[in-house]
Design a protein around this ligand. Structure first.
Ligand code: LFR
Length: 486
């Protein structure tokens, strides 16, 4: 009997428990067990996640696993990155974690780097400058709370701790703090001292694939759970998504397309030279000694906000269908502009941007959505060119995974603009990467190469080829638009 593996995968807008097994004919079978919404709310002056609710949903999902007939499972947890929970000496959280979209860090990069150079920080960490990185969040942290803090736990580490009583700091996620030393492999004491934090405030660093412990009997008394062994997977959702990308050979890039679009490639040696610094590329640590060399792109967050802006009257597929009827490239938008991080009204923000830049203003839902998709595709194509330049490579394939891999319109435009073959799917790559690390840990799958092959054989993938004579000169005009925006 093959093992049963549960992936707890929580993103900024939703969470899910997926159950996976390897079938007799050697395929990964994935089944959704439980899905719930996630989001932040303004509480006590800050945008916060409701972490107790998330844990409750995980336990509810695990009850469903038991009801489905599974008495014993392995479990891995991945979530978004950079956010953390402050835990006191009694092992209790001091408050609900603040979201990376909270405005408290708006000036933190400039303030913190006023007495040392950004080059110095990039040279040490190889991590992109995003004002939401843990480094800046801790810099802005309430000092009274920090004084009471025994442990600073990243979100998935904290959830693992609450479930098992065991504390660990998993590296794929810890690297996003911008506090790990790229060469030494540990928290950088010099950086920590600048934000009044000590390395004893973090539990021991562990690699993805490390056994954490069983879910505590206390939980088994209150919930009807299977016997559950927690494995520390690649706890950063993007790290799991890259593990779950069915790539073969070299010359491939990935696009993990969800709330964020994470576009990049997998490296064995980090790249933190001048060009990477200049382009703000990041070297996040991956599973099995790899690095995710990537850029954060605003992604489907913009579309999610627009959908809410229309009072959720239309589904994503209805919106995509409306967009398909519109002409692309009626306006250029720098989709990574800070103003789209958390505006009050995304539709109005897009329209104001177009007005300010003297371009056609999209008005109907179809026009607004086409403006978003077209500009995402342009952004992707532009970054793919940069990747080739920085790394001196010649990418051939873009693997698009995650929820966004279902949007054919976007996939086709991306392929045509970039001139690359696009392989789309699986949409649940993150959950798949999560279970794959578990399967490798238990020995059911040999290694990541075998695992990616298994994914390729288990899930339906769609291919897109660049269309000839389409969009001539559009990318060049977009690039010149961006240059003039700087
Ligand atoms: C994607 C993601 C990104 C990270 C952002 C904030 O869900 O984890 O990789 O930069 O969320 O945590």
């Amino acid at each position: 009997m093959n093992g049963a593996y549960v992936a707890v995968d929580i993103g900024a807008s939703s969470g899910r428990l997926m159950l996976a097994q390897i079938t007799k004919n050697n395929q990964i079978q994935l089944q959704e067990i439980h899905r719930f919404t996630n989001g932040f709310k303004m509480v006590a002056g800050h945008e916060r996640w409701n972490i107790d609710y998330l844990i409750h949903e995980i336990l509810t999902g695990l009850e469903k696993v038991k009801k489905a007939g599974f008495k014993q499972v392995h479990l891995g947890i991945d979530t978004w990155a950079v956010d953390y929970v402050l835990v006191d000496h009694q092992g209790k959280k001091l408050c609900d974690p603040i979201s990376y979209r909270d405005k408290r860090t708006a000036h933190a990069i400039a303030d913190l780097t006023s007495d040392f150079s950004k080059d110095y920080l990039y040279e040490k960490t190889g991590i992109q400058f995003q004002d939401f990185n843990t480094l800046y969040q801790l810099y802005e942290e309430d000092q009274a709370l920090l004084a009471k803090t025994d442990k600073i736990m990243m979100i998935p580490d904290y959830i693992g701790y609450v479930l098992t009583g065991q504390a660990a700091t998993e590296v794929t996620n810890a690297s996003t703090t911008q506090m790990l030393n790229l060469r030494g492999g540990l928290f950088d004491k010099d950086l920590l001292s600048k934000i009044n934090v000590h390395d004893e405030q973090f539990a021991k660093l562990v690699e993805a694939g490390t056994y954490l412990g069983p879910v505590m009997t206390d939980w088994m008394d209150t919930f009807d759970l299977p016997i559950t062994d927690v494995i520390t997977v690649a706890t950063h959702d993007t790290a799991s998504a890259v593990v779950g990308t069915p790539a073969v050979g070299h010359d491939w890039a990935f696009l993990s397309s969800g709330t964020w679009s994470l576009l990049g490639t997998e490296l064995n040696v980090p790249e933190n030279g001048r060009q990477a610094f200049h382009e703000n590329y990041t070297n996040e640590w991956g599973a099995y000694g790899t690095y995710r060399f990537l850029k954060n792109i605003m992604g489907l967050w913009v579309a999610q906000c627009v959908k809410h802006g229309y009072q959720d009257k239309y589904s994503f597929s209805e919106l995509a269908a409306m967009a398909t009827k519109e002409k692309p490239f009626q306006q250029f938008i720098d989709i990574n502009d800070e103003r789209f991080v958390n505006p009050k009204d995304m539709i109005a923000e897009i329209q104001t941007y177009c007005r300010e830049t003297h371009q056609t203003v999209p008005t109907t839902p179809g026009e607004v959505m086409m403006a978003i998709y077209a500009n995402l595709a342009l952004f992707y194509a532009n970054e793919l060119q940069k990747l080739n330049k920085i790394l001196g490579c010649s990418l051939k394939t873009l693997n698009i995974v995650g929820g966004g891999s279902n949007i054919s319109l976007l996939n086709q435009m991306t392929s045509t603009l970039s001139g690359l073959e696009v392989v789309a799917g699986p949409n649940e790559a993150t959950a798949i990467g999560n279970v794959l690390v578990q399967m490798i840990s238990t020995g059911e799958v040999k290694d990541i190469v075998a695992g990616r092959k298994l994914i390729k054989e288990s899930f339906e993938l769609k291919q897109y080829q660049p269309e000839a004579n389409h969009y001539e000169g559009v990318l060049a005009r977009y690039q010149s638009f961006l240059e003039h925006q700087d």
